[in-house]
Design a protein around this ligand. Structure first.
Ligand code: SF4
Ligand code: SF4
Length: 477
């Protein structure tokens, strides 16, 4: 009986502590491997070096906020190319749709940071306090020296993991070795320390203390996943038609009438969410597969076939109840819906790759100066002013020249530069003040507005780009 039942004045029941038992099997092994890979990537990636020449940072993955760049191995994303980030987010979303429709909450069970770090914290807890029975005993024991010692050891190790987690995050935003030195010598910016503090606390609280409550009460994903799953989605279930009626005493009189489930509760005891999958599909189930490992182990011991708890689809239930075999796994995975998601995902991916390969290494944006709209010069000509931002995305400095079309109607000049030529340093953006003049009495000088095109040309290589803008004449008055 929950505490809500005991006290009707309370809206919420108190959390029942969960002490997952150690289990081994193919899904547990898979989860250990994925945990090691995910944590290894997260902690080590900022330390990987990548030579980009003398003018660029040599960190393989770097979010350079100061210079507004994102470096990912050979790829460098500039602020005006944010569509690449948007495209990657769309791909991540479509990927999530794809995997959820094929394999249920596989993200939650194997890759979600909450799952990965909670697994790590439980591993440390088991290492310090022992397996399930010892932890239950310790939980119920009074606070003596031993309990304090074990708890403080566990909390200290959790804190070390949480600090490392928060620390690793900030290394993605600055040169990792330099930032580490600045951090330990207390020369780093206050933002770095406060970010580490916030991430340390959230990792410790969410992974160490809140655990399954984050998935059940805080995360929106379990609520929206149902829309992405259908009766052909593979998810974890209990073959109730095979297991029931359950019973503990297999050798007792009447055991022949019992199903395969010996009601040993092994599947419940290993569950990190503390649920009983035999009660049917539940919002709390993250499809981690640990109950499959536990039950397969039990089935081996009692000499029954494995798979009483298994990955299965709702559409297979009727077949199996009728004694016909379930559909092959590939028929659940390759369906119209998943193929549609895969095509969509691939189309976005191919689009991004093409955009990446054909993007120019130079760029320009033109902003007309509106105050004043135009100036009448002493000879009667009309001058407009523009702020032109030139991007040189090459690894070395480049000379550029600006020109304007229609060339017969306008002349162009750059403030502080002869012949409208200037140099932009390697991998930088340069802001230039540019003047376009229409001779006195010419059509553009008299008109209200005229279309003009400003060209940017690299003098060393055959690179050219342009931006269209307008020229304001006397007719604007
Ligand atoms: S019921 Fe099984 S698959 Fe679901 S969370 Fe518990 S152990 Fe994991
Ligand atoms: S582990 Fe298997 S046999 Fe034991 S209670 Fe769970 S379903 Fe039944």
């Amino acid at each position: 009986m929950s505490s809500t039942d005991q006290n009707p004045d309370r809206l919420y029941s108190a959390r029942e502590p969960i002490f997952p038992r150690r289990v081994s099997g193919k899904f547990r092994s898979l989860k250990w491997w994925l945990l090691a890979i995910c944590l290894g990537i997260y902690y080590l990636l900022p330390w990987m070096r990548w030579d980009r020449g003398p003018n660029l940072p040599d960190q393989a993955v770097l979010i350079d906020l100061a210079n507004r760049r994102f470096f990912f191995f050979t790829i460098e994303i500039w602020p005006h190319e944010f569509y690449f980030v948007a495209g990657l987010l769309i791909m991540a979303g479509l990927g999530l749709f794809l995997f959820t429709s094929a394999l249920g909450r596989v993200w939650c069970g194997y890759f979600c940071p909450q799952t990965v770090w909670t697994d790590l914290f439980i591993l440390v807890e088991r290492w310090v306090e022992g397996d399930r029975n010892k932890r239950v005993k310790l939980w119920n024991a009074r606070w003596d020296t031993r309990k304090w010692r074990l708890r403080l050891t566990k909390w200290a190790l959790w804190l070390a993991i949480a600090v490392a987690t928060g620390g690793a995050w900030v290394f993605y935003f600055a040169d990792a070795p330099t930032l580490l030195w600045n951090l330990v010598t207390f020369q780093a910016h206050a933002v770095a320390y406060s970010t580490i503090l916030v991430l340390t606390l959230t990792t410790l609280i969410l992974g160490g203390f809140m655990r399954e409550q984050v998935c059940v009460y805080m995360c929106p994903w379990p609520r929206i996943q149902a829309a992405m799953m259908d009766e052909d989605t593979l998810t974890i279930g209990y073959r109730e038609w095979r297991g029931e009626p359950r019973g503990k005493h297999r050798k007792a009189e009447g055991a022949a009438q019992l199903g395969d489930c010996i009601d040993c509760n092994a599947c419940v005891n290993v569950c990190p969410m503390g649920i009983d999958i035999r009660d049917g599909q539940q919002l709390a189930c993250i499809t981690c597969g640990l109950c499959i490992d536990a039950c397969d182990d039990v089935m081996d011991k009692v000499g029954k076939p494995r798979g009483l708890i298994d990955y299965m689809a709702l559409s297979d239930e009727a077949r199996e109840r009728a004694g016909t075999p379930a559909k092959a796994v590939w028929r659940h995975v390759f369906r119209v819906r998943t193929i549609f998601y895969t095509l969509l995902w691939s189309a976005v991916g191919v689009g991004l790759m093409v955009a990446l390969f054909i993007r120019p290494d130079i760029g320009m944006t033109v902003a007309p100066v509106r105050n004043p709209i135009f100036v009448t010069m002493s000879d009667g000509s009309i001058r407009n002013t523009y702020d032109v931002r030139v991007r040189n995305m090459h690894g070395e400095a480049r000379d550029f020249q600006l020109s304007v079309t229609p060339a017969e109607a306008f002349t162009i000049s750059v403030e502080g530069a002869e012949d409208a030529t200037f140099t932009v340093p390697a991998d930088e953006t340069l802001l230039k003040r540019v003047y376009i003049v229409a001779p006195a009495g010419s059509a553009p000088a008299s008109a209200s507005t005229s279309e003009v095109r400003i060209w940017l040309e690299g003098l060393a290589a055959e690179e050219r780009t342009y931006d269209d803008t307008v020229f304001n004449g006397r007719g604007m008055k």
